[in-house]
Design a protein around this ligand. Structure first.
Ligand SMILES: [Zn+2]
Ligand SMILES: [Zn+2]
Length: 185
């Protein structure tokens, strides 16, 4: 098991081994740019394995982190614990035995090692985390959401509204909603 904090892993020796050969790596305290609305509140950590296949490498592992984001219901800051699965086939760019460049146009979308047989894990980590991130994160399972009358967050700190305190236009709107015949009255 190798522990590294950088995200580039040399694979030349593994590529020179027969299919089935593998290595395991441990990740600790990794922080990478994710996207504009998501950052790690806790660095990424995890473990992954790289296995030699007959045509390249198979990267497979599990990552955990805590994301700092915004609650989709009340818009307050939210922290989301996340477990992401890393699973990707990676092909070489250069034939490790002949040193010849391989034809990359055959599979243009596949992830490739660098020309120096290095695996750059950063884009794979980002993709795995963004894929596992919830579309509608919540600050907690019981988030009460926002008050439809004043727009403030409900729960502790939100004062109940008296009937008189409500904007008369909202009262009118409300009776319209409750009474289907409001248009006649
Ligand atoms: Zn919330
Ligand atoms: Zn309110």
């Amino acid at each position: 098991m190798t522990t590294r904090s950088e995200l580039t892993f040399p694979m030349a020796r593994l590529l020179a081994e027969p299919a089935g050969a593998s290595r395991r790596y441990e990740l600790r305290d990794i922080t990478i740019p994710l996207d504009e609305e998501l950052v790690e509140a806790t660095p990424i950590s995890g473990e992954f394995g790289v296995a030699r296949t007959n045509r390249g490498l198979l990267v497979d592992g599990t990552l955990t982190t805590v994301l700092a984001t915004e609650c989709s219901r009340c818009l307050e800051p939210a922290r989301v614990e996340l477990t992401a699965r890393l699973s990707e086939e990676v092909l070489p760019s250069i034939d490790v035995t002949t040193g010849q460049a391989l034809d990359r146009t055959v599979e243009p979308d596949v992830v490739r090692l660098s020309d120096h047989h290095e695996l750059d894990l950063e884009p794979l980590l980002r993709e795995a985390i963004l894929l596992a991130a919830p579309i509608a994160p919540l600050c907690g399972p019981d988030c009460p959401g926002l008050c439809i009358e004043c727009g403030e967050r409900l729960g502790a700190g939100h004062r109940a509204h008296d009937a008189d305190d409500i904007d008369p236009r909202l009262v009118a709107l409300r009776s319209f909603r409750v009474d289907g015949d409001a248009e006649n009255g």
